[in-house]
Design a protein around this ligand. Structure first.
Ligand code: PEP
Length: 258
């Protein structure tokens, strides 16, 4: 079970450090790690502050929300994997629906990012999910298949086991309209089956997170589904109390699944 906080375009370095200190102080030891996915500009401050938390990275770590697959060169405005590693990142989101829809990131581009992240030792949290129009047109499975095939086809079987997948129905992101546990589990089951077709039974070891209007009130019923292995959370991750309450629910669901 993994709890990933996508802060999107929120929090200065100072705000991020304030959050980190309060969260780290309140975080009980558990088997459910938390990853804070911060804006680029907050990473140096998080890197400095992290030294003081004394928490092992296995319990609390941080990363970025995007990067570019090239090492260096004429790519104005972009940030490389090495630049994230320099600031202590362990994870990076790849292919969030906002990157796909607002910034036009293609399946092919995302495939290059996923493989480069793994090569560099960053864990990519690879996001997939359908729009409402696609769901209503009966295209859920074809959309997920396309995103998985094009996004992950460059990975070797060994590299595959170093990624995290996040199923995030676009209609549920930031809308307050959460997928029902049954809808989410059905999609996760489909994703798991597709991953098994790609790499065999070891796909059972892959973490598939659910994202889309997760709150402390609905987290347990989602996280206790057999194929849901954690949450990627936007809005409800911005306040320490709320993220801590989410962590408590994830721990409860994880214990039940043991
Ligand atoms: C997200 O940004 O990945 C997300 C799931 O946002 P929210 O939790 O606000 O729906």
């Amino acid at each position: 079970m993994l709890l990933a906080a996508n802060w999107k375009l929120n929090k200065t370095g100072r705000e991020a450090v304030h959050f980190l200190n309060n969260y780290a102080q309140a975080l009980p030891p558990s088997d459910v790690p938390t990853v804070l996915l911060a804006p680029f500009t907050a990473l140096p401050a998080l890197c400095d502050a992290f030294e003081g938390t004394k928490l092992p990275r296995a319990q609390l770590s941080y990363g970025a929300q995007n990067f570019y697959f090239e090492e260096s060169g004429a790519f104005t405005g972009e940030v490389s994997a090495d630049m994230l590693l320099e600031h202590g990142c362990t994870h990076v989101i790849v292919g969030h629906s906002e990157r796909r829809a607002i910034f036009g990131e293609s399946d092919e581009l995302l495939g290059k990012k996923v493989v480069r992240a793994v090569e560099k030792g960053l864990v990519p949290i690879f996001c997939i999910g359908e729009t409402l129009t696609e769901r209503e047109a009966g295209q859920l499975e074809s959309v997920l298949t396309r995103q998985l095939d094009r996004g992950l086809s460059r990975l070797t079987n060994e590299q595959f086991l170093k990624i995290v997948i996040a199923y995030e129905p676009v209609w549920a992101i930031g809308t307050g309209v959460v997928a029902t546990p049954e809808q989410a589990e059905a999609a996760h089951q489909f994703v798991r089956t597709r991953l098994k077709a790609m790499i065999g039974e070891s796909a059972n070891k892959l973490s598939i997170l659910y994202g889309g209007s997760v709150t402390p009130a609905n987290a347990y019923s989602l996280m206790s589904q057999p194929n849901i292995d954690g949450a990627l959370v936007g809005g409800a991750s911005l306040k320490v109390d709320s993220l801590m309450a989410l962590h408590t629910e994830c721990v409860r669901a994880a214990k039940e699944k043991q």
